[in-house]
Design a protein around this ligand. Sequence first.
Ligand code: IYR
Length: 254
Amino acid sequence: SRMKETVVFDRDWDANAEDNAHDEDIVPSGIPEDVQHIHFEHKRLTLESMYTRSKEFYELMNNRRSVRFFSKDPVPKEIIQNIVRTAGTAPSGAHTEPWRFIAVKDPEYKKRIRELVEQEEEINYTKRMGVQWTADVKGIGTSYVKEYLTDAPWILLVFKQVYTLLPDGQKRNNYYHEISTAISGGLLIAAIQTAGLVTLTSTPMNCGPALRTMFQRPKHEKLMLLLPVGYPSHDCTVPDFKRKELDEILTMIQ
Ligand code: IYR
């Protein structure tokens, strides 16, 4: 299918890329067999507070929208650091924590990112995505021109690490690196929303290797997400989308 043909253009999403880990160079997980197990403290909430908190969190998250029009107003770096701390709490296969984040505020680098992404996206829109895909996203009103990349005060890059490189050059298997980093991305987005900021979850096709090189990151780190973070501009608009109803996403067996 066209979709399949398109995806192999992006080397960071190629499960068979030659810089992925291979069984022969893998050493065991770093978890000692005799790791201490400690008591897990947990304080139960009242049922009433569980109802309210779950509903309030849902309402907060339901207000999240993917935003493409950003204000240039600055956001303190400590807030970005807390957001990334939250992303780093995600569960991961064998506790490998296979993620790496880059937070870019430097206007020169944001400009370079924008130039690179726009250059690749122009090819994506005209050649790689194909007729069906470009038609499917037309209503969102996107194009290869991405002003938000220089307007937003921060750009966050999320990389997955396909293996962990140990100081002696050996490699440790990062089990489920893709889903682990994807979950971490979900927590990152929730943390951005909780902080009162907005973002756009973008996956710039074919930009991974160049962005990794721009920031001197190693080959086994693959770009998964690129998120501008900041405040929406005053005239920001979003498409009038509705979410699925609960019964369309949940089957309860009880
Ligand atoms: N990657 C392009 C096109 C695009 C693709 C999807 I799927 C969207 O939901 C929106 C846009 C871009 O970022 O413009």
